[in-house]
Design a protein around this ligand. Structure first.
Ligand code: ADQ
Length: 460
């Protein structure tokens, strides 16, 4: 059995329970064959030398975790600059928020080269390599330039925008050319694959060899959708665990006279938080029967706080919550409870289960696992309703959710009202279908279908 190597920006110890489903799923595959997980250590060295970094090795069972430190200059241009100041906003269609500083690309390339240089000597000839996400798009091209002949796959966790938006990135051609150094490129949704096909057709004159195969830049690549899922059984087990049960009982009692609406995410502009709060305000204004009843718990965990855009968003959100509470709240009821913290993974299912409605309304999202976790945590006899943005990758699969356009404040408020009033039989019918969907394409399916497709890729 070939050894499996995962390369991602951050490396998680798969044995730690705080690790999410993705870390556990990749950890399972690594443990099955004995493997290597490689990435940045998370350490930023003040005053270090650009393009250099100390390597750390740890063992977690039969999985080796190898991480590399970054100096401040590399971290700022690779991570904060190019990855999160250029690629993240543009790939989420937010050209207005992108910071196209010409200095960032140098750091992005330098860190990808550094990581490739440190990884190369650790590789065995038959290793199968799986690179993850937008931080590491040129990783295979760097490895190939150093002589690496291994099979290499790539998965993009965020969306790929349409060609005209992608073309705003000054290095767009180089980025897409880099993808052709992989054997297999996986996207979250068919929409992303369609954007890739259109881009390579229009900008690179790619030849489509069959539905999934493209030839351009003198190489062949296979590109396909592999919608990421969750570990439904693990999540259901967490739901029945003590921490989640305690959370459920406590919240159920606390909100016995109210209907709970829930939002959970990282505080990120892609998640559509201000738009959601405005829709909630519209709901209270247009349907006053919800006053003193509907309560929105919005959990938004701190994220990328070193970037100005994120600090601005935090302020906007706090001010919106304050104005809704001021306008509609009373001494015994506040419409919005906004919590700027992480909720422990073990307790989260209890919160999902107590909610009558989940508001998952990103402006754009690669997939969105919160939508799937909400479904997995519901009581099938009395399930809550999922209100889901049509712009989340998950909307391609979760058609029985109430799909909304988060830019349409009035329409979203109407949909929330519909969700709050949905009869039990209809809730059960939708939930059953949604549960079937997330079960048939769960995290194990995602991992094995990607790896099988990678193993089946014919050499160029
Ligand atoms: P994210 O943008 O981080 O991921 P998402 O998939 O919704 O988004 O969530 C990831 C995980 O974080 C979920 O397991 C969720 O429970 C957890 N989480 C989020 N906020 C939390 C909070 N406040 N407290 C506790 N836990 C919280 C990126 C892409 C997504 C894609 C994933 C996986 O942006 O579109 O679905 O990768 O590929």
């Amino acid at each position: 059995m070939a050894r499996f190597v995962v390369v991602s920006n951050r490396v998680a110890d798969p044995r730690k329970s705080a690790a999410g489903g993705l870390a556990v799923a990749l950890g399972d595959a690594l443990s099955a064959s004995g493997g290597l997980w490689f990435g940045w250590s998370g350490t930023v060295v003040e005053g270090g030398t650009p393009g250099e970094g100390e390597v750390h090795t740890q063992h977690a069972g039969n999985v080796t975790l190898v991480t590399v430190d970054l100096c401040k200059e590399d971290h700022d241009s690779y991570y904060l600059g190019y990855s999160n100041g250029v690629l993240w906003p543009v790939f989420h269609y937010r050209l207005d928020l992108a910071d196209f500083d010409a200095g960032y690309i140098g750091g992005y390339r330098r860190v990808n080269q550094l990581l490739a240089r440190k990884l190369l000597p650790l590789l065995l000839p038959d290793d199968i390599i799986w690179v993850h996400d937008y931080h590491l798009i040129p990783m295979a091209a760097e490895l190939r330039a150093m002589g690496c002949k291994n099979r290499i796959g790539f998965f993009l966790h965020i969306p790929l925008p349409p060609p005209l938006i992608l073309a705003a990135v000054p290095q767009h051609e180089w980025l897409i050319r880099s993808l052709f150094a992989y054997d297999l490129v996986g996207f979250q949704s068919q929409a992303d694959v369609d954007h890739f096909a259109r881009y390579v057709g229009q900008e690179a004159g790619a030849e489509t060899l069959d539905t999934h195969q493209f030839r351009a830049f003198g190489r062949k690549v296979q590109a396909q959708a592999f919608p990421i899922g969750i570990d439904v059984d693990e999540f259901a087990a967490l739901t029945h665990g003590k921490d989640a049960q305690d959370m459920y009982q406590h919240m159920k009692k606390e909100y016995s006279r109210r209907r709970l609406l829930l939002g959970v995410e990282r505080l990120d502009y892609s998640k559509g938080l201000p738009q959601r709060l405005k829709a909630f305000r519209e709901l209270l204004k247009n349907y006053p029967e919800n006053i003193r009843s509907a309560t929105l718990i919005q959990i938004a965990s701190p994220s990328r706080e070193a970037l100005d855009t994120y600090a601005g968003l935090r302020q906007e959100l706090e001010s919106l919550c304050g104005s809704i509470n001021g306008d509609f709240g009373g001494l015994d009821w506040m419409p919005v409870r906004y919590i700027h913290r992480n909720v422990a993974r073990k307790r989260l299912p209890g919160l999902y289960r107590v909610a009558a409605v989940a508001l998952v309304t990103p402006l754009r999202d690669g997939m969105n696992l919160v939508a799937k976790e909400f479904i997995a945590a519901q009581d099938p006899a009395d399930p809550g309703v999922l209100v889901l943005s049509r712009f989340a990758g998950a909307a391609e699969q979760l058609k029985e959710a109430i799909l909304v356009n988060p830019y349409d404040t009035h329409g979203t408020a109407e949909s929330i009202q519909l969700a709050l009033q949905m009869p039990l039989v209809e809730r059960q019918r939708r939930h059953q279908k949604l549960l079937e969907r997330i079960r048939s394409q769960d995290i194990h399916w995602w991992r094995s279908s990607f790896l099988e497709a990678l193993a089946a890729c014919s050499p160029d």
